[in-house]
Design a protein around this ligand. Structure first.
Ligand SMILES: O=C(O)c1ccc[n+]([C@@H]2O[C@H](COP(=O)([O-])O)[C@@H](O)[C@H]2O)c1
Ligand SMILES: Cc1cc2nc[nH]c2cc1C
Length: 374
């Protein structure tokens, strides 16, 4: 079996016994039942992920920033020069980016993975050079990657997840860097969710209305071109989630990015090892759609760190039925929204470890069964 198939086969359903134990424990802790809202369900799900209640704290935690470039940059979908991808990689390595500041605050380690930056990067501590290609091809003109490149990039993500867990990490966090990558993100999200291109294509790093209109056309063109190359297409340029879910790797190769592929693998790798994966913004959302189409169970291991301002992100989270922990209208990427949510995940777990029960604290529980069982 190849690495992707092996990884998918290793993903187990959430442990129902541990989840029942977590629900039961929540109901005995010194708080009105349900008063921690969505944090309670998060603690329950993390128990299911770990197969234990309480689950381990999400520490140490590691953020992997997958970097890649995009041929579609040539279509004028972003005002930023492509070289900014490589320049920001150097900034991550020097510890000067927002994700570094947030990671220091949250106590997470940052690793940068070059899975497809267009230029050669000098070796540096904290940089994993796993370059599959020097960027993708322009998705309006042809497939972003070959089928082999897409598979190799997914495998890179699986291997990075495996190595980070082997190093002792108990929570993996997605990050991305790639000028123009909100364009393939929109294409993937339209393809996998069936939402309209107009509904999922946003302003990325911050573009004007003319560029936004062009970006929408570019996404339509890419989808229409891709669909003529995919099995089961009906000749329209509308997205058809049936096609995407049947052939996720083929769709990824047609309209995705190398960092999307690697993040999809990273999610599969985390799930296969029973470790939660904290998702960042729209790029991670698009990648999670690919991972969930490859292995529906992978979705259960994902925690949506935040909701990005990019509209396609809300569509991806809706499709995956994931509720974001934070909504601060951020749209930076790098893993920033996910790292910011790490203390919330830790708190959800700490409740199950540390909060006293009504019994142990001698607090009266209005819902407790009376001694005669009534
Ligand atoms: O995470 C997000 O939701 C997000 C939203 C908008 C932009 N970004 C980041 O900005 C870059 C892509 O933006 P753009 O406009 O060049 O497509 C890329 O490096 C992403 O990490 C990230
Ligand atoms: C400066 C800059 C920083 C980023 N971080 C993630 N995407 C980015 C895009 C730009 C342009």
């Amino acid at each position: 079996m190849d690495l992707i198939a092996e990884t998918i086969a290793a993903i187990r359903p959430l442990d129902e016994t541990a989840m029942r134990a977590a629900r039961d424990r929540h109901d005995r802790l010194t708080k009105p039942r349900g008063s921690l809202g969505a944090l309670e369900e998060l603690g329950v799900r993390l128990s299911g992920v770990a197969g234990a209640c309480p689950p381990p704290l999400p520490a140490p935690a590691a953020v992997a920033v997958f970097a890649g470039d995009h041929g579609v940059h040539a279509q004028g979908v972003t005002p930023w020069p492509q070289e900014v991808t490589a320049q920001m990689v150097q900034n991550f390595l020097a510890g000067g980016a927002v994700v570094n500041a947030f990671a220091r605050q949250a106590g997470a380690e940052v690793t940068v993975v070059d899975v497809g930056v267009a230029t050669e990067l000098p070796p540096a501590p904290g940089l994993l050079v796993r370059k599959v290609a020097n960027g993708t091809a322009d998705i309006t003109q042809g497939p972003a990657m070959t089928a082999d490149e897409a598979r190799r990039a997914v495998e890179v993500g699986i291997e990075v997840a495996r190595d980070l867990v082997a190093a002792g990490n108990r929570c993996l966090i997605t990050g991305d860097m790639g000028i123009a990558n909100t364009t393939p993100s929109a294409a993937l999200i339209a393809a996998f969710t069936g939402r309209s291109v107009e509904g999922v294509t946003g302003y990325g790093t911050g573009i004007d209305d003319i560029t936004h209109a062009r970006k929408i056309k570019v996404v339509h063109t890419a989808l229409a071109r891709a669909r003529t190359e995919l099995p089961g297409h009906d000749g329209s340029d509308g997205a058809d989630p049936r096609v995407a879910s049947a052939e996720p790797l083929a769709v990824l190769a047609q309209i995705g990015g190398l960092e999307h592929a690697a993040i999809a693998g990273f999610i599969l790798g985390a799930a296969a090892q029973g470790v939660p994966v904290l998702l960042d913004g729209v790029i991670a959302g698009a990648a999670a759609l690919v991972a969930a189409a490859l292995a529906r169970g992978a979705r259960d291991y994902c925690v949506a760190g935040h909701r990005s301002a990019e509209p396609g992100h809300a569509a991806a989270l809706w499709f995956l039925e994931l509720r974001p922990l934070i909504d601060l209208e951020m749209r930076l990427g790098e893993g920033t929204g996910a790292v910011l949510a790490l203390p919330i995940v830790s708190s959800a777990v700490r409740v199950l470890h540390e909060v006293a029960t009504f019994d142990s604290a001698g607090v009266a529980d209005k819902d407790a069964a009376s001694p005669d069982g009534t």
